[in-house]
Design a protein. Structure first.
Length: 611
């Protein structure tokens, strides 16, 4: 009897010990957000920045508590109103050592961030980052656009990381991003909705959805960037990407440990080119010389067929075997001025079926004839992402309908920006990321901007500008850290114009070791990179350890970035699955990183030792 009592007491004690043990988070970053207000798009920003080590949760979740928050190195709070009990929760969390980042925080949280609300707002301003701050290093010194509303605050105890300017030509500034020590913790506030601003910069003005704005026949993505939506003097900066870098810097500087990231490009490349060709009304006899020219330069190309009946399956199979992509070119130009959701859906489905039946191929990347962009959803409500929503329904995963074209517009000459070397990306980005709809919900389709567009330069009678546009984008990606996945369009029926400058582009890419891929190759790499994840990230005795999980195989390497310097120590060695691993050190946007390249589709245990 005594033995049984002792056993029971021992079991109860063991249960008590287990129940009091603090669980270990498998990710160092927690995002608290919903689709509303573009909060969940924060996850897309982190994935674009290679920080694939987060958990997404809602403030209404039963899990949200102080104990839960303390499991994470950094908590990111999307824009939303905060109830009193949650206000007290975040105050206590930061005061006792927590690290909080918030986007346009609730005014009742002002004390945590060391600021005081002035009762006014700024709409469509600029942000200027303090590049002398730890968080701002490696970012442009120029002011860059933000879209949406920013709140006006005065600083109490906070330090300003970036300032907001209501008008770039006026000196009045207000805090835009601040950091504050609060108790034992730290809190950073973006005083505007960062993910919403990123989406609006990339996708255009949602108020222009479904409206003809630029005077060029047919609704296109370009209509969304009219009436001064984009400050074209900033096109060479990749404005959205600069602000995403600021967020990743903020996360890293307040984290309790160096956080591993994935590099933007395959292997250790600093740039990647995709080449596409809208087939229009041509036949395989027309396509053959162009594809041979491209193939002779070691490049690949995507060919979007408007009339698949003009090519044979044998011809398609030959070029597919060479690594080229053959897909469809949906044509809804008969209603280009006002595309209907159901009709566009039917056009896409018909083209998908045609390509599948004739060639046995699935369309995964898409370009519409004339870049026609449906701007209204199934309920005929305006939505600047309606076209991508249709593509998602039809299992298309990457869209290339955004292109630089502004010939004979009512918006004035070059309203999308200068041509040639200084053209840049008017979408503010060089990175493929997913669309979001007007309500902030992520759409499972990647947006790839077509910057180097042959028709723009053909109609401008400027073959040298066509090449220089490409060269400028590539040089800035290679040399100035304005990183870009560059998409080039070379129509077959305009090959008489584009052949010479295109061959110069391919030779220039070859001379710098930059590959030229199909859109499908790029899509497969993006999916490989974003599917991979870091788990069990641990920092102990100056050793950073983590697991890399990757299940998608790819012929190109996946590169891990690890801060080379952390505190007053540097990486002395890295091991992969227990064996010493070779790595290189590269300066990226103001910080030194160790680059370790691995084969995707496998699991790894990585350790980096600092001394």
């Amino acid at each position: 009897m005594k033995l049984n009592n002792l056993l029971i007491m021992w079991l109860l004690a063991l249960i008590s010990m287990v129940s009091c043990t603090k669980p270990i988070s498998k990710a160092p970053i927690l995002i608290i957000a919903t689709d509303s207000g573009f909060g969940t798009y924060t996850s897309e920003i982190l994935k674009a920045e290679g920080l694939n080590e987060f958990i997404l949760d809602s403030l209404n979740s039963k899990a949200i508590s102080k104990n839960y928050l303390t499991l994470f190195d950094v908590v990111i709070l999307a824009e939303r109103e905060i109830a009193k009990d949650k206000k007290e929760l975040f105050e206590e969390y930061v005061k006792t050592g927590g690290k909080l980042i918030a986007f346009r925080p609730d005014k009742d949280l002002s004390g945590i961030f060391g600021i005081e609300y002035l009762g006014e707002t700024i709409d469509e301003g600029y942000i200027k980052i303090d590049t002398n701050s730890e968080q701002g290093k490696g970012i442009t010194t120029q002011s860059i656009q933000l879209h949406g509303i920013a709140d006006k605050y005065s600083v109490q105890s906070a330090k300003i990381i970036a300032s907001i300017i209501a008008n770039k030509d006026k000196p009045d500034t207000f805090p835009g991003v601040v950091i504050n020590n609060y108790g034992q913790g730290q809190a950073i506030a973006f005083l505007y909705n960062l993910p919403k601003s990123i989406v609006y910069t990339r996708q255009g003005n949602p108020l222009f959805a479904g409206i003809e704005k630029d005077g060029i026949p047919g609704l296109r993505g370009t209509d969304l960037f009219t009436d001064g939506w984009v400050d074209t003097s900033k096109n060479t900066l990749n404005q959205a990407d600069q602000q995403m870098t600021l967020l990743s810097n903020c996360i890293q500087t307040i984290s309790n440990k160096p956080l591993p990231r994935f590099w933007y490009f395959p292997d250790t490349l600093k740039c990647l080119i995709t080449l596409t060709n809208d087939g229009e009304f041509r036949s395989e006899t027309d396509f053959e010389p162009q594809l041979q020219d491209v193939d002779s330069m070691g490049a690949k190309m995507s060919l979007y067929l408007l009339q698949p009946e003009k090519v044979s399956k044998q011809w398609v199979d030959k070029w597919i075997a060479k690594g080229f992509e053959i897909a469809g070119h949906p044509d809804d130009t008969k209603e280009a001025g006002n595309p209907d959701w159901n009709n566009m859906d039917g056009v896409i489905k018909a083209k998908k079926n045609e390509i599948a039946e004739k060639f046995g191929l699935q369309i995964r990347t898409n370009v519409n004839h004339w870049f026609v962009w449906c701007g209204r959803d199934a309920d005929v409500k305006p939505d600047f992402a309606a076209q991508s929503m249709l593509e998602e329904i039809n299992s298309i995963e990457l869209d290339l309908n955004y292109a630089h074209y502004d010939i004979k517009s009512n918006q004035g000459d070059n309203y999308l920006g200068p041509l040639g070397t200084n053209q840049g990306n008017f979408t503010g980005t060089g990175l493929p990321m997913k669309f979001a709809n007007v309500n902030g919900k992520i759409i499972n389709v990647y947006q790839q901007f077509n910057a180097v567009y042959d028709q723009q330069y053909n109609e401008s009678h400027d073959p040298e500008g066509f090449f220089n546009c490409f060269k400028g984008l590539m040089d800035r990606s290679l040399n100035d850290e304005v990183y870009s996945f560059i998409s080039v369009k070379a129509h077959n029926d305009e090959y008489y114009f584009s052949k010479d400058p295109l061959m110069k582009m391919l030779a220039y890419a070859n001379s710098h070791g930059v590959p030229v891929w199909t859109a499908l190759q790029q899509l497969d790499f993006i999916k490989t990179r974003e599917e991979a994840s870091f788990t069990n990230t641990n920092w102990s005795n100056n050793i950073l350890s983590f697991n890399l999980n990757s299940s998608i195989k790819n012929g190109n390497g996946l590169t891990i970035m690890i801060l080379h310097n952390f505190g007053n120590k540097k990486i002395k060695g890295i091991s992969k699955n227990g064996d010493d691993a070779s790595f290189i050190v590269r300066q990226i946007k103001g910080s030194a990183y160790a680059f370790l390249t691995v084969e995707p589709g496998k699991a790894y245990q990585i350790s980096a030792t600092y001394r």
